[in-house]
Write a protein that binds this ligand. Sequence first.
Ligand code: ATP
Ligand code: MG
Length: 429
Amino acid sequence: MSQTLQSVRGMNDILPDEAEFWEIFEETVRSWLKCYGYRPIRMPIVEPTPLFKRAIGEVTDIVEKEMYSFEDSLNGEHLTLRPEGTAGCVRALIQHNLAAQHPRRLYYMGQMFRHERPQKGRYRQFHQVGVEAFGFAGPDIDAEMILMGARLWGDLGLDGIELQINSLGQPEERAQHRAALIAYFEQHVDMLDDDARRRLHTNPLRILDTKNPALQDLCANAPKLIDYLGPESLAHFEGVQRVLRDAGQAFTVNPRLVRGLDYYNLTVFEWVTDRLGAQGTVCAGGRYDGLVNQLGGKPTPACGFAMGVERLIALIQEAGGAPASPAPDVYLVHQGENASRLAFRVAEGLRDQGLNVLLHCGGGSFKSQMKKADASGATFAVVIGDDEAATGEAQLKALREEGVAQRKLKVDDLAEAIIGQLIDSDEEE
Ligand code: ATP
Ligand code: MG
């Protein structure tokens, strides 16, 4: 016997009970994005590998060890399952010249792939909602993006998600800070772990992002980027903070917030909760003014963020927000050849009127069908036998109310009767 096949480690099936929950989440997210004027864009899940190397940076965790890259066996192209969405979005922006006439507010949702060690809140296939704005240079859009997050947490019924912000300045400022940082860590090289030593000369900023507790003190005392920012960068950062203060949005400036990807400049931010253990960042983003140009487009200021859907869903569930799975309005029970033919017509007719109908499939006695009707959670059963079919009638039975007699109705009158009763019971509630 062959072994049962399993999904790839770290890549999860999302089963119906949970998938319904995801759909509600996605609807909330879509209407939230719409109310800020964001428009959808859908990019391929596979992109040329060089795109990610150029956009994310060769010495980042993602490019060094997390990408699912392969060679197309048919034509030898080097391809990668997208580990994040910004690179593909910028590629599409350039390819279709989207930012030529006016600024763009864009969003996408979907799977991302990173070869990480699977654990709670960290998977190899996970989902992000990505939000990107192109063509806005001022701190207003950064601030608006941050405030958008606050509104979404409210819409999702979440609290206790805290905002951290920082400024990474401009590349020249980072270069000066980088030199100071390398000099500092070189003085303490014996205290560094392997990872930090490896990054010392390639990406020293990333050492500050370490999760190793032994390095916390050392990092806390390291030269701070903020002390290397010039007046323009400081003004931009102050501009963001002013809008946040005006809006009454609490935040912490975290000088060690550096983000895992190379492409950020100026504002960076994260929304963090302490309810998900180590995987506490539910949303992260910032400005990346150099990326469009770096990927071959006209210089275009840009800002964006991505949310981890699995982490947000876990938070909503932890807060007890599981939605009930929507029960059908009608379960349609039928037996006999003529009855079945009529049942199909009746089911479509009821759907035409906007009702959710589960048509019984697979035959069986009236009794067993009625059991299924009950178990489906439907509000009504509509029952059609050959006797009813002969006269164009059906029995209507309320399944959720005691002592309501079954009624025989003309099939053409069913929808009205059902909708009438649904409205009545809504009003009673
Ligand atoms: P982390 O520090 O947790 O690895 P990151 O900095 O690599 O996060 P980003 O690239 O900024 O994450 O992605 C944005 C968001 O996507 C994260 O804040 C997180 O919510 C989510 N995310 C990132 N990687 C994963 C993963 N492997 N599984 C589930 N969600 C993830
Ligand atoms: Mg990561």
